[in-house]
Design a protein around this ligand. Structure first.
Ligand SMILES: *[C@@H]1O[C@H](CO)[C@@H](O)[C@H](O)[C@H]1NC(C)=O
Ligand SMILES: *[C@@H]1O[C@H](CO)[C@@H](O)[C@H](O)[C@H]1NC(C)=O
Length: 398
């Protein structure tokens, strides 16, 4: 099931689902306060910068993203940039939550004629973790499985917000020839409800569960975007180094878990805090806020240099070699994103020490575009481009 592009009607319906949830979870007065605070931006700043940059700046002086973005993409990215820098995370959290995202997906499905989903999904939880299984044939063993950790700065996002993206991914895996592809979307604890190492422990338990369901580790691809990719890298480092860190991670089982077949990282936030993070005219991330989230995720007691917390800090060649999946790592990011220089610093190190990886830098691209474009772009070619590259990589590998 691949739904069509997001329409203006979809946007209105989304707001319709969002409003009551904001009133419930954020409260009447605070919601009004946040809306009032946004008004100067929405009424003056946004139309002014939009019109000015698109129509009065020479094309070659425009930010790279603006040069290639459609008006809708440009408009939404400006709003997201403002929201990321100015709106409290607890509002963002409602925006991306299950109670808004799931009815929205159901609406979009209905609009495309699906009363019932052609793809099976169900929530799974046990004492240690929870998540959502998405699978073509739940009664049969998957022939490929993606363990996915969503992004959102550790403080926002949910598997349900990513459900349409993941179902599209599953459909493309089917078209690529897999008989019964599956995706397990990890629903890790968000900050400030819990901080490191809770999320890593959940990822380890989730991986163990996926391994049990799939059987063959070579058929597993671990993946995530942004903060989710941080957790995936931490998971890989952990799997390679059970002994050294077992003492710290007392709740985790002591048996050895085989490493996955491959890893796919979308705009990974490799190092939590770095002076190489920068605000760009194109991207919507704000480096200052990233570091704020990073501190919340780290909690009080952990050294920020700990590679399990901030994998980009790991400069241990042998550890990386042991951590790299048997068929390597594939990494995709945009050259204009706030995290690009730090990603390149790590891949340069990997290259020097012979880690098996490949990467694709989208010129003029911004953060997590393979995810965002599905919702913002118009033609199916543009919307599915990032995912198709990922699926092709999986097909050639697993
Ligand atoms: C490196 O990864 C590729 C797939 O991306 C795989 O085909 C190859 O066998 C790997 N090489 C080594 C030395 O592990
Ligand atoms: C979106 O794409 C469709 C065809 O897929 C086209 O007819 C329509 O004009 C496009 N809309 C915009 C706003 O570009």
């Amino acid at each position: 099931m691949i739904l069509g592009p997001v329409s203006y009607l979809d946007c209105m319906v989304f707001c319709l689902f969002l409003t009551p949830q904001l009133l419930i979870h954020v409260g009447f007065f605070e919601t009004i306060y946040v809306v009032l605070q946004c008004l100067p931006f929405l009424l003056f700043e946004l139309p002014h910068s939009f019109i000015h940059e698109r129509f009065f700046v020479e094309p070659n002086k425009q930010p790279l993203f603006v040069q290639q973005a459609s008006p809708f993409e440009d408009f939404v990215v400006r709003c997201v940039r403002y929201a990321f820098a100015n709106i409290p995370p607890k509002v963002g959290r409602v925006f991306f939550s299950k109670s808004v995202a799931l009815p929205f997906l159901r609406f979009r499905m209905l609009r495309h004629g699906y009363v019932k989903s052609p793809v099976h999904w169900n929530e799974y939880r046990d004492k240690r973790f929870k998540g959502v299984w998405i699978i073509q044939e739940p009664m049969q063993k998957p022939d490929v499985c993606v363990l996915y950790a969503h992004g959102g700065g550790f403080s926002m996002g949910s598997s349900y917000f990513y459900l349409e993206f993941l179902i599209t991914w599953l459909s493309l895996l089917r078209s690529a020839g897999y008989r019964n592809p599956a995706i397990f979307a990890l629903e890790y604890t968000l900050v400030p409800d819990g901080c490191f190492p809770t999320q890593l422990q959940e990822a380890i338990a989730g991986y163990e569960h996926v391994l049990l369901m799939v059987g063959d580790p070579e058929k597993i691809c671990v993946s995530g975007d942004s903060a989710g990719a941080t957790i995936v890298l931490s998971l890989l480092l952990h799997l390679a180094n059970l002994n050294r860190h077992l003492a710290k991670m007392s709740k985790v089982g002591t048996w050895h878990l085989a490493k996955p077949g491959m890893a796919i990282l979308i705009s990974p936030w490799v190092t939590l805090v770095s002076d190489k993070h920068r605000n760009t005219a194109s991207d919507y991330l704000d480096a200052g806020n990233l570091h704020l989230y990073a501190r919340q995720y780290s909690g009080k007691h952990i050294a920020a240099e700990d590679p399990l917390l901030s994998p980009g800090n790991c400069r241990d060649v042998e550890w990386w070699h042991k951590a790299t999946p048997s068929k390597g790592i594939y990494l995709t990011y945009g050259t204009e994103e706030a995290l690009a220089l730090e990603i390149e610093r790590l891949t340069k190190f990997w290259e020097e020490c012979g880690v098996n990886f490949s990467s694709r830098a989208e010129s003029g691209g911004i953060h997590a575009w393979p995810v965002a474009c599905l919702f913002l772009s118009n033609s199916s070619e543009d919307r599915e481009k990032g995912l198709r590259a990922i699926v092709e990589k999986i097909r050639r590998t697993i």
